[in-house]
Design a protein around this ligand. Structure first.
Ligand SMILES: [Zn+2]
Length: 407
């Protein structure tokens, strides 16, 4: 099976990305991997193959129809998470999974148990690719890479399936948030694309958070505590007051789905000065604006109460919900849903509680929702991917290509 063999070959290459490397790609392993991939794409006879110095690898499967069809793309990232090592990945296939616990490593008692990971039970009867308990698997996102390459091979082997020009793109450093910034959208040249980087089978995402960070600086007035009456202003106590002014339940630990939040990510203080670092998240652009307004109003209130200059806020926009880019072209989502159904998959549309490369790309001019790659327990030694999920993702790509040509 080409798909599985590709995947097993890909995960053996260590492509873990690294924070703060200051270069793209952040690690040499990623470049090694895309160079190997380039060789593979050349051997398949793909066209317009480019690999730039930052590790972005693009290629084309030319159209096999003379009709005018939009050019679409499929994208996956080649790096794995900095959280868990991706060196010496030794994947193992558990055939026809029977619903019991899977011992990953007997020597260190690492067990993929159904009690801790009940999602396992959704895959009884499937063939699961698991780790040896010492590394992550790298299905995030080498499952996506293998699915894209295999789908292209499938289309080449089935010339009776009519399709337009298909572009494929592999990028580095997604896991450190730097996958999109050097992506040459113009060179890629697609009407739209899909990242194959979602989790479980059926997942389809085109909504992510609107995101900003806020830094609140509170200035106090220090006086010898013995003589402080009516003079001292303790900035830490004012900061505590500020924290108390925001809605108590609108925090990450109390929210899910479409609920946004204020998240206090850092505080540093003394009597003289305290700084609070927040991130603000919401899917709704309107509520997102209200959240920022609310923070500013709280700062104003403290200034009214304790004197001008007591509190200041600095807001920085981080990223925006790609929904506003996708919504005027909902056929992009409809096609993906129909393709999934034709591949035997029930689409599960859900909002992303974070950002994606696709969101950045969407605002760079390449509308780019995210489709499942099939893996479970990303960034973990307990990561696994059912072979059948990968096959469904691969067929989803094939069906999308087919449906786009039929429009
Ligand atoms: Zn990923």
């Amino acid at each position: 099976m080409d798909l599985v063999n590709r995947f097993l070959r890909y995960v053996r290459i260590d492509t873990q990305s690294a924070e703060d490397a200051g270069v793209t790609p952040s690690t040499p392993g990623q470049m090694e991997f895309v160079q190997m991939l380039r060789g593979e794409l050349e051997a398949m006879g793909l066209e317009e193959i480019t690999l730039d110095e930052h590790g972005y690898l693009f290629a084309t499967l030319p159209a096999n129809t003379t009709r005018t069809v939009p050019t679409i793309g499929f994208i996956a990232h080649v790096d794995t998470s900095p959280d868990v090592t991706g060196k010496d990945v030794k994947p193992r296939i558990v055939e026809k999974y029977n619903g019991t616990d899977i011992v990953l490593s007997a020597e260190d008692h690492t067990v993929l148990s159904t009690e801790e990971f009940p999602e396992l039970l959704r895959y009884v009867g499937d063939d699961l690719i698991v780790t040896d308990g010492h590394t992550l698997l790298g299905a995030d996102d080498k499952a996506g890479v293998a699915e894209i390459v295999s789908a292209i091979a499938y289309l080449q082997a089935h010339p009776e399936i009519e399709h337009g020009k298909i572009r494929i793109g592999f990028n580095p450093d997604e896991e450190i948030g730097l996958g999109a910034h050097k992506f040459d959208v113009k060179l890629f040249g697609c009407d739209w694309a899909y990242t194959m980087d979602g989790g479980e089978v059926g997942e389809l995402e085109y909504e992510n958070f609107n995101a900003a960070s806020a830094r609140i600086t509170i200035n106090g007035r220090n006086v010898h505590p013995g003589y402080a009456k009516d003079k001292m202003l303790n900035s830490m106590r004012v900061a505590a007051e500020f924290i108390g002014m925001l809605p108590k339940n609108e925090v990450p630990e109390c929210t899910d789905g479409y609920q946004g939040f204020f998240h206090l990510v850092g505080m540093k203080g003394g009597v003289e000065q305290t700084t609070l670092s927040y991130i603000i998240r919401d899917h709704s652009a309107e509520i997102f604006t209200k959240r920022k307004d609310m923070m500013q109003a709280c700062v104003q209130e403290l200034n009214n109460k304790y004197g001008a200059g007591t509190a200041a806020i600095e807001l920085t926009t981080q990223y925006a919900n790609m929904r506003e880019v996708i919504e005027p072209m909902m056929y992009v989502i409809d096609i993906a849903c129909q393709a999934m159904r034709e591949a035997g998959v029930t689409p599960k549309i859900k909002p992303i509680r974070g950002g994606t490369d696709g969101a950045q790309l969407s605002f760079m001019g390449l509308p780019c929702p995210n489709i499942f790659a099939g893996g479970v327990n990303f960034h973990s030694r307990f990561e696994f991917v059912p072979v059948q999920s990968m096959q469904k993702a691969m067929m989803t790509i094939v069906k999308i290509a087919e449906l786009v040509a039929k429009r």
